[in-house]
Design a protein around this ligand. Structure first.
Ligand code: SF4
Length: 417
């Protein structure tokens, strides 16, 4: 979401004649778009602002703006710790970025209940595009700041989504990623269709060959979505379905709205409909009161589902959330040891699955030259697995790649002769 918000802010600035520069010393305006989901990202902001302060000292006319979730959540702290920041923008304020910049006026931090449309975007890629369909969250998981930083769920009207989709098709985009905190909670404010309806229309209408979507919530995921995936080849067989924890007691403390058995039975039903689906998940380790037996239930889900990828994090309390009032009682050493065990097992699973792909031909979207080794090209399969391809290839195109090597995190391949 943040990348897409940055694209929108960059688009607005470009429409006013601003140009993006890549060397900090050449910039006269800095906009730091922030994420508050984890404490680490928040602390990074303050160390980055320390660096920007030096530019401000060298050129007092330069402007520093902090936008996004940390600005929304911790405006007082930013003002106190970084008084040289010129402007703070709340998460719903960026559509009026130009106005706030002109007037140097404090942004409105009220969270909107309605969709804010921004049409000018500076996209980071010429072949893969984010397409926002909803924003916000009504779930109030006990550890999460998103409902406080992004506000309640608001869906973008289907007519506006399709207009942007048609523009992307006309521009020749190869991949479109439908974006929202809970895409499966999408509800067209004009005609009332849900996410499965939207996905079907997008798959049939889009000129892009690959359609993806991020992120889904297990308690909102209807099997109609899996059925739409099964009958539309353009929809990548990939699903990010965070489960966060395996123990029912912890899931209940997290206010996730499902049990371990319900999650596993949902995954089973999805796999019955889309057998070749690549699953990914977010997992939190060390939630307050997590015992060894709770953690082992998390490991059981990892074992049973055999995810293509996981995003695993140590629990850290976030300001204003319900869980921040609970004692953070799992010692850091125990949290760290569990995280390592989880990641090591997942690495083994990924290697086992990747080795099975040697000798197969995989359709890959070629994304960029390998930064460490420019003689290679980096691509991604429909399931999201990174492939390092021997030889420079034209990026932004699809290619059928013969897989001839595998590691836990990526595949190796070449264009077959
Ligand atoms: S579903 Fe839960 S974790 Fe996800 S954004 Fe909403 S509150 Fe946060």
């Amino acid at each position: 979401m943040n990348v897409n918000d940055s694209e929108k802010m960059a688009g607005l600035l470009e429409s006013r004649g601003w140009t993006q520069v890549y060397a900090e010393r050449s910039a006269s305006l800095f906009i730091v778009n922030t994420c508050a989901v984890r404490e680490k990202a928040q602390e990074k902001l303050f160390s980055y602002l320390g660096r920007l302060k030096r530019y401000k000292e060298l050129d007092p006319a330069c402007t520093i703006v902090v936008a996004g979730c940390v600005s929304q959540l911790l405006k007082e702290e930013i003002r106190r710790r970084a008084p040289f920041v010129d402007l703070l923008l709340g998460t719903n304020a960026y559509p009026r970025l130009l106005e706030y910049l002109d007037q140097r006026e404090e942004s409105d931090f009220r969270l909107s209940r309605h969709w804010n449309e921004v049409t000018s975007l500076h996209r980071r890629s010429s072949f893969s595009a984010f397409l926002s369909i909803m924003e916000g969250c009504d779930n109030f998981c006990s550890y999460c700041v998103v409902p406080f930083t992004r506000g309640r769920e608001k869906s973008r009207p289907l007519s506006l989504i399709l207009r942007e989709l048609d523009e992307l098709s006309a521009q020749g985009y190869k991949e479109v990623v439908l974006l929202g905190q809970n895409v499966d909670a999408y509800l067209d404010p004009e005609k009332g269709g849900g996410f499965a309806d939207l996905l079907e229309v997008v798959a049939q209408r889009s000129g892009a060959s690959w359609i993806r979507f991020l992120t889904s919530h297990p308690s909102k995921f209807s099997l109609r979505i899996a059925e739409v995936m099964a009958r539309n080849d353009k929809i990548c067989r990939a699903l990010h379905l965070p489960f966060q924890a395996g123990s029912d007691r912890i899931l209940s403390l997290m206010n996730r709205g499902y049990s371990k058995a319900e999650y596993l039975s949902l995954v089973k039903a999805i796999k019955e409909r889309v057998p070749d689906i690549a699953m990914a998940a977010d997992i939190i380790v060390g939630f307050p009161t997590e015992r060894e037996e709770d953690f082992l239930e998390t490991m059981e889900i990892v074992e049973e589902v055999r995810f293509e990828n996981i995003f695993s994090f140590l629990y850290s309390p976030r300001p204003g959330t319900k869980s921040s009032k609970m004692e953070d009682d799992v010692p850091p050493s125990v949290k760290g040891e569990r995280l390592i065990r989880l990641q090591e097992r997942q690495k083994e699973i990924q290697l086992e699955e990747n080795l099975k792909r040697i000798g197969s031909v995989q359709r890959v979207l070629l994304e960029e030259r390998n930064r460490k080794d420019p003689s290679q090209t980096v691509g991604r399969t429909a399931g999201g697995r990174v492939v390092n391809i021997l030889g420079p290839c034209e990026t932004g195109q699809f290619a059928d790649i013969l897989i001839d090597g595998a590691g836990p995190h990526n595949l190796k391949g070449r264009i077959p002769l």
